[in-house]
Design a protein around this ligand. Sequence first.
Ligand code: PEP
Ligand code: MG
Length: 839
Amino acid sequence: MSSATTTTELVPLELVRLDARPASKEAAIHEAVALLVAAGSVEPDFEASVLRREAVSETYLGKGVAIPHGMVEDRGLIRKTAIAILQVRDGVEWNAGQVARFVIVIAATSDAHIGVLRRLTRLIQDEDKLARLAVTDNPQDLVDALAEDPAAPVASEGDFARGFDWVIDYPSGLHARPAARWADTAKRFTARLRVRKGTETADARNLVGLLQLGIVAGDSLHVSADGPDATAALAAMQETMTSLSAGEKAQAAMAAAKSAAAPVSGWTPPGQIQSLDGVAAAPGLAIGTLHRLAEAEPQIPDRPVPLTEAAAQLHDALTRTRLQLKAVAEETARRLSEADAAIFKAHAALLDDTDLIGLAARKMVEGHGVAWSWHHAVEETAAQIASVGNALLAARAADLRDVGRRVLAEIDPELRAGGLGDLPEGAILIGTDLSPSDTASLDTTKVAGIATALGGPTSHTAILARTLGLPAMVGGGAGLLALPEGMTAIIDGSAGRLYLDPGEADLAAARAFIAADEKKRAREAEARSLPARTRDGHEVSIGANINTADQAAFAIAQGAEGVGLMRTEFLFIERGDTPDEAAQAAAYGDMAKAMGERPLIIRALDIGGDKQVAHLDLPKEDNPFLGVRGARLLLRRADLLEPQLRALYGTAKEGAKLSIMFPMITSVSEVEALRAACERIRAEIGAPQVEIGIMIEVPAAALMAATLARYVDFFSIGTNDLTQYTLAIDRQNPVLAPEADSLHPAVLRLIRATVEGAATQGRWVGVCGGIAGDPFGAALLTGLGVDELSMTPRDIPAVKARIRDSDHAELKSLAERALDCENAAEVRALDRPRIEAAA
Ligand code: PEP
Ligand code: MG
C-alpha cells in the first residue's frame, strides 16, 4: 500500500548494485531481476515479463535513466513490491541512441511505486545530482535520492479557461503506460493542455511531468486547454483518459486473480484490499481492531519507603516475576518445545544476578524508592553490557531491560509499559516488537492477533504467538506503525499478511474461512489416532519430537506412534548444571515408561551451535554452527559422552525399548568411534544391543549415505540443520529466514540421496526437522521415500490427515516434479491445485 511503504522498504540496500557492467540491455535486466529474485520479491519468470514489456513499450525515461518493468497481467509473479537499481557507470545501450546509466527495475503489485516514480522524474531534471549518483560508491546515496522529494516542486500554474474535472479510477494509478497514451493524445493538438492535481500541474504532452504528479487511484484531476483546437483536444483527452479505465481495471483484476492463485498457505480475500506484508510467524486467520502498543518508557517516580519495607517489596516482586517466567516457560515448552522456552529460562536466570540486586539495594540504602532503584540498577547494568559493542551482549542488555520492566510492573502495576492493560475486544496488537515482558499481562481473551514491525520467525513475538495460538506476522516494516489505531483489519498469520480496512464481503469471507478452518481442525483431530496410511495402502510412521516424559501423554493423544526425537541437551540447559548418570537415567527411564512399547529414539547430546550450555564453559567459537558441535563435541568430551551412554544402556538393561541417535555426523570415522564407545559401555554393564542411528544434517553425510548406512541401523534427517548447511543460511538469521526453506530442491535432492543410500543397506530413514510437520512437506517426504516423520505433537493431526488423503503413486510423482524445480517457491507452487480445490 502506498501510504505505508517507505522507499527504504521498496529499495533495500541489497537491491542496489554499484558499478554493474552489463554487456547489453538484456544482461542489465537479467542482473537486476536476479537481485529481486534473490530478495524474494519476484518469481524468476518476471524477467521474461520485463523483456516482453521492452518489446511493446518505451521504458527509457531520459537522462540515462531506464525503468524496465513487467507486464501488468504478470503481476502474479510479484511477491512483494520492490525496486532494484543498477548503477552502470559506463552506460549500457538501451534502445538505439539511448544510453542508460541507471537501470531501475520496478516490480510493483499496486501503486506503491508511484511515489518513487515521481521522485525519479524530478531527479532526472537535476543533472548534477545524476552525475554524482552515476559514480557514487555508496549505495545509500541512490536509495536516499529516491527517498527525498527534491527541492524543486512541480510548477504550479493556473488552469486554462476551458477544462473538465475527472477522478482517476485506474486501480494502479497513472503509471507509465497510460501516461504515455495521455501524452500521445495531447501531442496531436496544437492547443496547450494542462493536467492539475491539487496545486500541481503538468503539461499533458510531457510524460515525465505527468508521472511527476504521482497520481494514484481516486485522485481528483482538472484538465484544461488553451489554443485554437482546445475543444477538440479536451474531448480527445477525456476520451483517452476514460477509455483506458476499462482496460486498466481488467488488467488489475487479472493480476489480482493471478496472484490469488499464487500458492500462499493463507487466506485469499475476494476483493482487492490494501495489505501489508511481513513474515509468517504464527498460523491462523483473525479479524480484529488495530491497537498500537505504546513505545514510550514509563516515567519512574522516586518514592522512598522505609528500608525494610523496600527490601521486602523488591524481594516479592522478584519472586513473583520468577514464578511468572517459570509459568510462561512451562507453557511454551508444552505447546512448542524446550528450545522455544529457553528464552524465558534465560530471563529468569538474569534475576539471580547478585550484582544487579546488590546495586539496586545500594540505591535503596541511599534513600531512593524501590522502583526507581531497580530501574536505575537495570539501566546502568544494561548500559555497561551494551557498551562492549558485541552483538550478543547487546541482545543480553535488551533481555535485561526487558526482564527489568517485568519486575517493575510487579513492584508497581502502574509502571506497566506497552499499553497492554486496557485492550479493546479482538485487538490486533501492532508495535515495533513485542518483548516477552509485554506479554506478562497480556489478556489473551482480548487479543486476536499480533503484527510487529521487526522480528523474524524465531523472535520472541513469534514464539509467544505460537505458544498462545494467536495468528501473528512479524517483520512488517515501519509502515505498520503508521497505521491508524482502531482500524478494522484481518491478520493472516499463515501468509504473514495484514489486510487493512476490509469491506463487508471480505469480512464475511474471512469469517467463513475461520469457521471452515475450525471444522477442518476438528475433522483432523477426529482422525489423528488412525495410521498415516495413504489411500493406496502405503504407511509412514509418525513420531513426536518431545523432550520430557510429561509431554508424552499429549503427544500420544495427538496421534504420535512413538518418539522420533528426544533432544537430551535440554536436560542440561534446563537444570543449569550437568545431570549425573543417575539423573539422566531417571529422565530416560521416565520417557520409556511413558511411551511403553512404542518406539523411542533418544538423541545423544547436541550441544553447540544454537544450543549453548552456559555452565559447560565451552571455548567461544567465531562460527559455532561450523564448530565443535554435536558428535564433534561428544568425541572430544568423554566426560559428557560416557555418562550419557551409561545412562542410556542402563535404561535399556532395565527393559526399556529405546534407540540411540547421534547428531551432526559428517564422517564414517565419527560413527566408528561413537559405535566403539557404545559397544564398550554396553559390554561393561551387560546391557542388550540397541539400534544405533545417526542424524543426517550435513550435506556430506547425505552424499555419503550409502557408505554411512553400512555402520548404522537408521538415519533421521535433521532438515533444520541440513537446510542451514546446504543453503549456507544461519537458521537463526531473521533477515534470511524466508529463504531458508527446507523445500528447496537442493535440500530435497539431498534427502533423495539419503533415501537411496539407505536403501542400499536396507536401512530406514526418518525426518525429524520442522518440515516433517508441514502437511505439504510431509506429503513430499513420503513421496521421496521417507519411512518415518517426527514432529511437534500439535502438527501430527494435520500431517496424518494429509497423508491419509493422498495416493502414494501421486506423492511419488509429486516428489519427482519437486526434484526438478528450480527453487523452493516452484516446489511450493506444486501444491497450488490442491489449495485451489480446497478454496
Ligand atoms: C534438525 O536439525 O532438523 C533437528 C531436528 O535437530 P535440531 O533442530 O535439534 O538441531
Ligand atoms: Mg539439528
